[in-house]
Design a protein around this ligand. Structure first.
Ligand code: RB5
Length: 142
């Protein structure tokens, strides 16, 4: 189950991502917002991140204008490793090296086509399980 969260700036891209996840047959839960009315990204980031931290969802995707605010909030929640990605290389690397459990996107930064490629790369790349990376992730958590 994939947790989704956005603010108003990220809402249109979130709807594109939802369509894409449905086409791929992937399950998701949308923690808001639910329209383009101005709102506060901390509210929706926290809701989606809590769902991932609690194990209710396996991974999450967060979208705001830049991806910055929404990732800052998520990374304050214990157990969350949210990675702001603007390209497929970092989306792959953050899964391999950081075992990132949330992807953050900036709807005012990346176009829809690239965003969907980043989403696919993030969701389809498994953690490397490399000892060096496990050690560093444990250091983050502790
Ligand atoms: C909203 O205008 C904008 O500040 C927000 O989407 C995000 O970019 C914050 O980091």
């Amino acid at each position: 189950m994939i947790a989704l969260g956005s603010d108003h700036a990220g809402y249109p891209l979130k709807m594109e991502i939802i369509k894409h996840l449905e086409e791929r047959g992937l399950e998701y839960k949308d923690y808001g917002c639910y329209d383009e009315g101005s709102c506060d990204y901390p509210v929706y980031s926290k809701a989606a991140a809590n769902a991932v931290a609690s194990g209710e969802c396996d991974k999450g995707i967060l979208i705001c204008g830049t991806g910055i605010g929404i990732s800052i909030v998520a990374n304050k929640i214990k157990g969350i490793r949210a990675a702001l990605c603007t390209d497929c290389f970092t989306a792959e690397a953050t899964r391999l090296h950081n075992d990132a459990n949330m992807l953050a996107l900036g709807a005012r930064v990346v176009g829809g086509g690239l965003a969907l490629k980043i989403v696919d790369t993030f969701l389809d790349t498994e953690f490397s399980n490399d000892e060096r990376h496990i050690k560093r992730i444990n250091q983050i958590e502790n």
